[in-house]
Design a protein around this ligand. Structure first.
Ligand SMILES: [Fe+2]
Length: 277
């Protein structure tokens, strides 16, 4: 399987995504503007060498910067507007979609050795967290990245169940103390104290499909894809942004990716940002 770089018309693109195709398409004006804004925020907090800051800052100071920035990106209406612009950048109509707002992902060099970060590396499907099969995940790197510092897909598992404990996920329980777990990395020990859905037992996932990318490119994939973040020890922190989007009419019409092993309960969809009525 190859990662496509063409940009089909919106409906055809979504249909291909529901069928498991992967797209990594060039930056748009909107994805560049968003990435530039977030990089500026990182530079302001961490300095121009923000990818190296983790080595020099005390961990609690680094964490506090990321906690605050993550909360802002997720909750700030100006950043919701950025998401709509990114969606429109590929010709989609923002009035037709609901979205789960922006998350900043921070993959530290050597982070896989930190028990607090272990869930970052769990192979998973995004839909195991109470998302519908119509979920499309939209991911953008803040910097040019080599394949060994991104993540991989296991296309053979797109339609084949993976043993997992998603039945332990209940959306209401996940959000009962507020949105900290949803936004992610709001308390330093969440990675130890919360239960993150994962694979149970041994899985032979089949060949991995990875990718390298340029800053502000748009990677789109079905939230049902089985994928895993790669551990890296390159000495630099990897920063990326993502949000999740559901086309409401297609969702209502039952369109979406196959859902072969998701037993999570409840739905995050009502809490997405919905278009104005
Ligand atoms: Fe994911």
């Amino acid at each position: 399987m190859r990662v496509r770089s063409d940009v089909p018309a919106p409906e055809a693109l979504r249909q291909a995504l529901y069928e498991g195709e992967l797209f990594l398409v060039p930056p748009t004006g909107a994805s560049r503007a968003l990435v530039d804004a977030v990089r500026a925020a990182l530079v302001e907090r961490l300095g121009p060498e923000y990818r190296l800051a983790q080595a020099s800052l005390p961990p609690e100071v680094f964490f506090e910067h990321m906690r605050a920035l993550r909360r802002l990106l997720y909750t700030d209406p100006a950043h919701h507007q950025h998401v709509r612009a990114v969606v429109a950048g590929l010709g989609w109509d923002p009035a037709e979609v609901a979205f789960d707002p922006l998350r900043l992902r921070v993959v530290a060099s050597g982070g896989h050795e930190d028990p607090r970060a272990r869930a970052v590396y769990y192979p998973h499907r995004d839909i195991w967290y109470g998302h519908p099969p119509s979920l499309i995940t939209w991911w953008m790197p803040l910097d040019d990245l080599a394949p060994e510092e991104t993540f991989v897909f296991y296309p053979e598992r797109f339609r084949v169940p993976v043993p997992n404990d998603s039945e332990r996920f209940e959306y209401k329980r996940w959000t009962k103390d507020g949105w900290d777990l949803k936004i992610g990395w709001q308390k330093r020990d969440d990675g130890i104290n919360a239960h993150f859905v994962g694979v149970t037992g041994e899985v032979e996932p089949g060949p991995a499909v990875g990718f390298g990318c340029r800053a502000a490119e748009n990677l789109l994939f079905a939230g049902a894809h089985f994928h895993a973040t790669l551990p890296q020890a390159l000495g630099t922190t990897r920063f990326s942004l993502d949000f999740r989007v559901v086309h409401l009419a297609e969702h209502a019409a039952g369109k979406g990716a196959p859902s072969v092993d998701n037993r999570s309960r409840g739905s995050a969809l009502p809490d997405y940002i919905h278009p104005a009525p």
